[in-house]
Design a protein around this ligand. Structure first.
Ligand SMILES: *[C@@H]1O[C@H](CO)[C@@H](O)[C@H](O)[C@H]1NC(C)=O
Length: 286
């Protein structure tokens, strides 16, 4: 019931208010133009009697180019404001080490600048800066690219003794222990991608000591292969020698056997030759 009464009272007050409003000379609530707003003080006003004034100001991101922004209520109408607003200029972004900006869009309110880093540097943070009412928004920094620390080389050494990672364009030198030959590049360099320009070299032990030692270009695996085939061939040679020795031995044995038999048969014929015996006996008697 009380609620009903309240609404009824409110409606009465509203009608009364409208009646007075139409009677008294009054301006309607002022409207701000493009890129402008009413000042806070003007916004708090509720009624705008004849000859009252409100003030406009440039909205966020804009600044006054000319004029005052004052509007007057004359004959129930607001005078045209003389205010002109223009976009704020964020200006050239503050230079930072190894950072580059692309300002093709300009530096006015609302524009976006692309942030890049010099070669060999990588961006961390935002790759854009946005011109906002309070200035450039978007933080970034450019850090030098690093490569992973070089791995230890078997039977060799590298020149990187530091605990920190090698940086862009820094080089690492390799050496091999005495008696080992380097296969690959002696020096590797850290590139802009964070990788080395070539793989670290290898230190290869010498299987054969020959004039080939100094010549590192042919791959050792090929060399080893050659040695292996050579060994295989040698083994084959050995087998052939053994076989021929065995064959020759067998042949010699057979020859000796038959020769022996043949000689024995001839000897036997002499032995049984009874006709020769008397002659021999004759000689013996002489
Ligand atoms: C040695 O370095 C050069 C130049 O960086 C590269 O072209 C070549 O491939 C490297 N050699 C090896 C075996 O990695």
């Amino acid at each position: 019931m009380e609620v009903l009464l309240d609404t009824r009272r409110q409606r009465k007050l509203l009608i009364l208010y409208l009646f007075i409003g139409t009677v008294a000379a009054q301006c309607s609530k002022p409207e701000a133009g493009e890129n402008m707003v009413l000042t806070e003080e003007s916004l708090l006003k509720n009624d705008f009697p004849e000859s009252s004034e409100v003030t406009l100001e440039c909205s966020n991101g804009y600044e006054k180019a000319s004029g005052s922004g004052i509007m007057n209520c004359i004959d129930n109408k607001w005078t045209e404001p003389d205010l002109n607003c223009k976009k704020k200029d964020c200006g050239f972004p503050k230079a930072e080490p190894h950072m580059e900006f692309n300002i093709s869009q300009g530096t006015l309110f609302g524009s976006v600048v692309t942030v890049t880093c010099e070669e060999g540097y990588q961006i961390s943070g935002s790759s854009y800066k946005h011109c906002l009412p309070r200035g450039w928004f978007g933080k970034a920094s450019c850090n030098i690219v690093t490569c992973s620390k070089p791995t230890e080389v078997e039977n060799g050494e590298h020149s990187w003794k530091s605990d920190i990672k090698p940086e862009y364009q820094q080089t690492i030198h390799f050496t091999c222990k005495a008696g080992y030959t380097m296969l690959g590049n002696q020096t590797i360099q850290c590139t802009k991608t964070g990788k080395y320009d070539s793989e670290p070299p290898q230190c290869i032990g010498h299987r054969i000591r020959s004039s080939e030692e100094t010549n590192t270009t042919p791959s050792t695996s090929k060399k080893e292969q050659n040695i292996e085939t050579l060994n295989v061939n040698k083994d084959k040679g050995h087998a052939a020698v053994i076989i021929s020795v065995v064959v020759v031995t067998i042949v010699l044995c057979l020859v000796a056997f038959f020769l022996n038999k043949f000689l024995m048969r001839r000897k036997g014929s002499y032995d049984t030759g009874e006709d020769l015996k008397p002659e021999l006996l004759q000689f013996q008697s002489l």
